[in-house]
Ligand binder design. Structure first.
Ligand code: ATP
Ligand code: MG
Length: 415
């Protein structure tokens, strides 16, 4: 016999909780495993009982339904939240969806509507793929805990300008997109972004338009601002004027990335070489930081300082991937010497190649079928394969969810 769908009911009015329970009681495939009257209680019960479905009211004492949903989607990723709301709470509803809720029911709803929503959301739940290994407190064998997969964020950074950060970010992104990954490239060099030039793309909007509407993103806005390159890569450009970068705050950037990562396998971010609160927010959020150096003392020294910083920020060692660009055997500082000095392996070495200059000037990617055999292109493809291999091909939404109307932001990008 298949397992029952385990439901938790959260509402501050006891009578409502009881009514909802009654509506579910005769369904043989559903089981109400608990009730909560506050957001805080809901979080606690969800963490203890690990329900499949949580029916969540919005307005409650202490932590409200949105805050509770946000917390639960993180700590109990297998639980799917359905918001129960009255019409006047439409604005809350959108926020709840961004907080990870999967569906909503307008109060008052019928038993059929309720049962149908519970089954639909359960059946179309995202495939749980990522096995996160957590050490038990005793430090013995790791337990396997499954969580919902979100897209990975990869930030390209060099503490020194002009070393090829944008070239590597753009071409790794094209390589990933060409390999069939749902990939978004964000120009995070907000003042003097070069991604548009390198890919010969123009957009009517930029990251600033999304930031300004970060709590209210809709399909029209997203599709007018995020553009598609012929490789299939989606691109979010930097603002057209440097002073517009001022309009972006670190918090809003983080919220935007958290929202967008629900819709892509990979989000790659090109950055400028300066460190500020926004680049730090991007680095913090990143699953991997591609740290770029070349065979020169100033750049190696600055990369060393970045490693000190990343230790101070308590980034895991595996988060930072060292890449040497413009590599040449003719330079006296060898790649081996760099590795010894920094005590860090160079995961990928990208050779110097004149075609990089002409590609950038023509606004075409290096990663193109006629250049596949060039060592520079092979190295970039290796970087792309390495990242996909390590991080996994991320978030997959079941076909059922795609067609069945998940309210999540992911739907905005379904092709
Ligand atoms: N491996 C390479 N071989 C040859 N030229 C390269 C290579 N990588 C990058 N370049 C060239 O170096 C120049 C600077 O590259 P890019 O703009 O990518 O650097 P950046 O680090 O992003 O610079 P900025 O600090 O201005 O943002 C470009 O003309 C680019 O084509
Ligand atoms: Mg750049």
């Amino acid at each position: 016999m298949t397992e029952k769908i385990r439901v938790l009911i959260v509402d501050d009015i006891p009578e409502t909780r009881e009514n909802v329970r009654k509506l579910l009681q005769f369904e043989s495939d559903l089981e109400v495993i608990g009730h909560a009257g506050t957001g805080g209680e809901a979080i606690k019960l969800a963490e203890e009982q690990r329900p499949n479905i949580i029916l969540m009211d919005i307005n409650m004492p202490d932590s409200d339904g949105i805050t509770a949903s946000q917390q639960i989607t993180k700590s109990v990723p297998e639980a799917q939240v359905i918001i129960m709301s009255v019409q006047s709470e439409a604005d809350y509803l959108r926020r709840a969806m961004l907080a990870g809720a999967r569906d909503f029911l307008m109060k008052p709803f019928s038993g059929d509507e309720l049962v149908e929503a519970v089954r639909r959301v359960h059946e179309t739940r995202p495939v749980l793929q990522k096995a996160v290994v957590t050490q038990s407190s005793a430090g013995s064998a790791g337990q396997i805990k499954e969580s919902v997969r979100e897209g990975n964020i990869i930030v390209f950074f060099s503490p020194k300008g002009g070393l090829g950060t944008t070239t590597i970010a753009v071409n790794t992104a094209v390589s990933m997109a060409r390999a069939g990954n749902k990939t978004l490239l964000v120009d995070g060099s907000l003042q003097f972004g070069d991604v548009g030039i390198m890919l010969n793309l123009k957009s009517r909007g930029s990251v600033v338009d999304l930031i300004e509407n970060v709590s209210d993103l809709d399909q029209d806005l997203l599709s007018s601002v995020i553009i598609e390159h012929e490789s299939g890569l989606k691109v979010l450009l930097a603002p057209p004027r440097p002073e517009m970068a001022e309009l972006v705050s670190a918090d809003a950037m983080k919220t935007l990335l958290d929202t967008l990562r629900q819709a892509f396998d990979f989000i790659l971010i090109d950055t400028s070489s300066s460190l500020n609160d926004i680049s730090l927010a991007m680095l913090d959020t990143a699953d991997r930081i591609i740290l770029i150096t070349r065979q020169s003392l100033p750049s190696i020294k600055n990369v060393g300082r970045f490693f000190d910083l990343s230790e101070g920020l308590e980034y895991e060692r595996s988060k930072v991937v060292l890449v040497v660009n413009h590599a040449s055997k003719k330079v006296s500082i060898s790649v081996k010497k760099i590795e010894e000095t920094l005590k860090w392996p160079a995961t990928i070495v990208i050779p110097e190649d004149i075609i990089a200059y002409s590609a950038a000037d023509q606004g075409i990617p290096l990663v193109r079928p006629d250049w596949q055999k060039r060592p520079v292109v092979r190295a970039i493809n290796r970087l792309s394969d390495h990242l996909v291999g390590e991080l996994g091909n991320a978030r997959k939404i079941s076909k059922a969810e795609e067609s069945n109307g998940s309210p999540s932001i992911a739907r905005l990008f379904n092709r």
